[in-house]
Structure formats: C-alpha cells, structure tokens
Design a protein around this ligand. Sequence first.
Ligand SMILES: [Zn+2]
Ligand SMILES: [Zn+2]
Length: 255
Amino acid sequence: MEVAALASGSSGNCFYVENNGKGILIDAGISSKQIVDRMHLLKKNPEKVRGIFITHEHSDHIRGADVFARHFRVPIFVTKKTAKAAKICSNVDLIKYIKNNETMEVGGMKVEAFSKSHKAADPVSYNVWNGKKVSIITDLGYGCENVISHISDSDFLFMESNHDEIRLERGPYPYFIKEWIKSDTGHLSNLQAALCVLEHGSPKLKHIVLSHLSKTNNTEKLAMETFDHLLKQRKDLNLKVSLSMREKPTSLFKL
Ligand SMILES: [Zn+2]
Ligand SMILES: [Zn+2]
C-alpha cells in the first residue's frame, strides 16, 4: 500500500491510500482541483480513485467531495446522518450509505468506519488495510476506547495533533471556541495525542504522521517536540514521526 496526506489542517483535510494501483480518498476537504493537482504532484492518477470516504460534515473535510465525485463518477461513502448534515452531493446515485462500525471492500482494500467523539452528526474515523493497517484519526475530543483499540493495532497512523494547550489558552480565539476545542467533542492536543500513542501504541506501529495542526494554536516544532519528548519513554517503539501540511502533500509512504 501507499499512503499520503494531500492536505491536513483546519483549511482542509484529504488523505490518499492506494493498493495495486487503485486508490481511495479519506475526506475531500480541499477543492477538487487541488486534489487533482496534488495527486499529480505525487504522480498519481485521479481516475484511479474508487471511492471517497467522509469522516464528518465539517467543511474542511467535504469541500471538494461533490465536484470530484461528479467529475470522476466516484462514489461517496458516508453515513446517512453525515450525508444529510453535509448535503454531500447533488447526484444521489453517487452516495453510498455506510454504517458506523461497518467494514467494506473497495479497490481491493478493506475499509472500516468506526465512531469517535467530535461535535458532528455521526463522526467516524477509518482503518484501511490489506495486510498492513493504516488508521486515519483526526477531529476527536479524546481517545475513546474505539480509538485506542485501533491505535494499538495499526502499522501506520495519521493522528490529530491539533493544538498546544498553552498556546490555545493564551491565543486569540473567543472563550467559547477555546472551551469547545478542549472539550470531549473538540480536538486532540499535542499532549493528548502523544499520550495516546505512548500508552497504547504497539511495537508494530512504525510511522505516525501528525495531522490537523492548527495554524493559530500550534507549530510544527511544538507538535514534534511533544512527541519526541514523550515517546522517548517507550524504548520498545521504533517509530518515525513526521508532519502533514496545509499547503502541499506529504511524500508517498510505502508500507
Ligand atoms: Zn477538521
Ligand atoms: Zn471537525
């Protein structure tokens, strides 16, 4: 399998997973043109995308889904509640309803949706596997049991590391937004994310890509330092940590 974050952050999230030349997108939160351009940068053909899997209805996860799906005639996999909340696509034939905690097979890959805690209609994260297992886990208020069980069984993790707690507290956001971000249905801080991996990552886990970093309340340096510092305590982990970005795709990672 090959994986990449085409974009991640509050300005848009889109992850690409490929198996034997067939791909899927997890979220499509940048424009369809940006998805196409960034796939071309990775020398990937958007015509090979077999499905778009939506995590929840926030615009940084769905912005390009409708246009990309209609242009390339690609189905959008989404829960009923999320589809309704998002008004996901004008062509109902392209919408494939999934259930939270359902596993599907698309492009020779197994794709599992599992629930997480976030302020949205029916938010899910995804595992994708074909031998090796990739988990894409962003937009969550805390590491619930579901999230923990998948972290402890993954080979490769895209993991939310949204904010630095002190920077959020002292930053410019209004009080009610700060309180939401910190809540159980908000976003995961650097510290919460690193603790999840420290406590539940298995030696099987080889690579984490820190994702959905806040432009205002985080820096790449703070996120990396938090992980480096905490994960030193796990001598049994041999883990690479890298970052996804808002403005350009990551490299293609092979596993
Ligand atoms: Zn988001
Ligand atoms: Zn969200």
